[in-house]
Design a protein around this ligand. Structure first.
Ligand code: ADP
Length: 324
């Protein structure tokens, strides 16, 4: 491997810049020529690929978002788009690629590396924390801290007015953000895509809380749960529940932004460093991830297998036990 490119793709996540910095500097340190692709796979197709050096990544470790920009690119899903991407990389002599993104990004990376003679290593960069092979994904820690800070503020006003709040958080297919933020903010209930909670159960739980003199209740709603968004659920519950004044907050895109936490800066640095070293050793079709406190490689196929991934049992149980 002589020439390595790095890109960020799919949803942006805090810590991506720390990772880009680590990839570029590790490559430079080991004598490789480094390139940055602007706008993910779209940039590969548009030949938007720039040479980078150690100074290209100065002063970015603390920044949210991604200096390389990110995009969703339908053309890369087609053979013709992939071929164009390959030709553009080949023309620059690029033989290694680090992709930072989520499961969509890895699905594309896997197809690409299986088809062409370019080695690809993935770094899990998504606030959703929904990939097997890394205890935590890049951006997740910052996102839950942002969510927890917001819920704390809502709790102040909820408590002052005896209100029932439904707070919708991100996670179309994964309840990771909802689960941990519910525990850390002391929420009364949480609705997750991975777990069936009937509205009847939810109402019973809230009534129990009211009867034991809880002065406010907060329900965390993960986007992907089966009853719909926070407004739908609030509407269904409100009719059966007169004790509290009911309100809804949708946290939305603020969950993606902000300066990365110390944890995400370090994780991004470690994963970028490991991914680049793996590429230099000739590895491909793998993802660098955190296991306990070690960085290990996992096959992209395993990382993408949804059967491998599940929420922690103790956290699920705690949502019932600690919210009485
Ligand atoms: P994330 O990586 O955050 O899950 P997306 O699901 O939007 O985000 O995927 C990012 C990009 O990965 C897509 O816009 C597309 O370019 C590429 N991608 C996703 N699925 C495939 C696929 N089956 N084949 C090729 N490329 C894909």
């Amino acid at each position: 491997i002589k020439n390595i490119a790095v890109l960020t793709s799919g949803g942006d996540a805090p810590g991506m810049n720390a990772c880009i910095r680590a990839v570029v500097r590790t490559g430079v340190y080991y004598g490789k020529n480094m390139f940055g692709v602007i706008q993910g796979y779209q940039g590969l197709i548009n030949n938007n690929i720039e040479a980078m050096n150690a100074r290209s990544v100065s002063n970015i470790i603390h920044l949210g978002g991604t200096i390389l920009k990110t995009a969703r690119c339908l053309k890369f899903k087609e053979d013709a788009g992939m071929e164009l991407a390959y030709q553009n990389l080949k023309a620059k002599g690029i033989d290694g690629l680090v992709v930072i993104g989520g499961d969509g990004t890895f699905t594309g990376a896997k197809r690409f590396a299986e088809k062409y003679d370019i080695k690809v290593i993935g770094v899990p960069g998504t606030i959703d924390n929904d990939l097997y092979g890394s205890d935590f994904t890049l951006g997740y820690d910052t996102a839950i801290n942002t969510v927890i800070e917001a819920i704390d503020k809502i709790r102040d006003t909820a408590d002052s007015h005896d209100r029932l709040f439904f707070i919708e958080v991100m996670g179309r297919d994964s309840g990771c953000i909802a689960l941990r933020s519910a525990i850390a903010s002391g929420a009364e209930a949480v609705l997750l895509p991975e777990r069936e909670t009937s509205l009847k159960e939810l109402i019973t739980k809230l009534k129990e809380g009211a009867s034991t003199k809880k002065s406010s209740s907060i329900v965390i709603v993960s986007e992907g749960n089966k009853y719909g968004g926070a407004y739908d659920i609030a509407h269904a519950v409100k009719r059966k529940f007169k004790h509290y004044d009911t309100k809804v907050t949708i946290l939305g895109h603020l969950q993606r932004g902000g300066s990365p936490s110390g944890f995400d800066r370090i994780l991004g640095s470690r994963l970028g460093f490991a991914a680049t070293k793996a590429l230099i050793k000739g590895e491909t079709l793998k993802m660098a991830g955190l296991h306990g406190n070690e960085i290990k490689l996992t096959n992209l196929a395993d990382a993408l297998n949804k059967n491998n991934y599940k929420l922690e049992d103790d956290l699920l149980e705690m949502t019932h036990v600690l919210s009485i």
